[in-house]
Design a protein. Structure first.
Length: 200
């Protein structure tokens, strides 16, 4: 059986992560790979998922402290980790939209200590490849009730933190192109090369 591969896609909200992640899974499957799309947080995972959904989509107002919110995100990742490992052990390429880096980026943008965030997440499974999408947000896609999607200044600050994290941790970067298909092709070509080297 081929090795499972864990690939994460990062970027600010409304930049096209969902579209690109799902297209990537489709292209990988068409190329003969077993691929699975995953989105963090996993909202249907009790108790953390429904709680996070309620907190994040509560009229745009965050009603718990940022450090408590980050601990709930971490709990959600821990809760899903056994399922993630099973997917990987079964030889799947798991394409995850958001993961540890998302929590660190938003936490730092909202004033938390980066080292504390890194330490709090350090026992979670690390991705094999992390990719940061860089570009302008599609503001028409913003959710009116989402805590992270209505504050443009905070979103811009978070985007800058994402780029700092990419430099620190060696993430790959892809500039979002004017044509969606061009971005999708760049992403697929990058992953295809990585998978080829990883599974040699």
């Amino acid at each position: 059986m081929q090795k499972g591969i864990f690939i994460t896609i990062y970027g600010i909200n409304n930049i096209g992560k969902s579209t690109n992640a799902k297209l990537l899974v489709e292209k990988l499957e068409n190329a003969g790979h077993k691929a699975v799309y995953l989105k963090y947080p996993v909202y249907d995972l009790e108790p953390s998922g429904p709680f996070l959904n309620k907190i994040l989509r509560n009229s745009g107002v965050q009603k718990i402290s940022e450090d408590e919110l980050q601990l709930w995100f971490i709990l959600n990742r821990y809760q899903f980790e056994s399922s993630l490992k099973k997917l990987l052990n079964d030889g799947n390429i798991v394409i995850a939209e958001d993961y540890i880096g998302t929590g660190i980026a938003w936490g730092v943008a909202k004033g938390l200590d980066q080292k504390w965030l890194e330490d709090a997440n350090k026992h979670l499974l690390k991705e094999d490849l992390a990719i940061l999408l860089i570009g302008e947000r599609h503001t028409m896609s913003k959710e009116k009730v989402h805590v992270h999607e209505q504050n443009d200044e905070l979103a811009k600050k978070c985007a800058n933190v994402f780029e700092t994290l990419a430099d620190k941790f060696g993430w790959e970067k892809i500039i979002v192109q004017k044509k969606a298909e061009d971005t999708s092709n760049l992403l697929f070509d990058l992953c295809k090369r990585f998978i080829g080297n990883f599974r040699k």
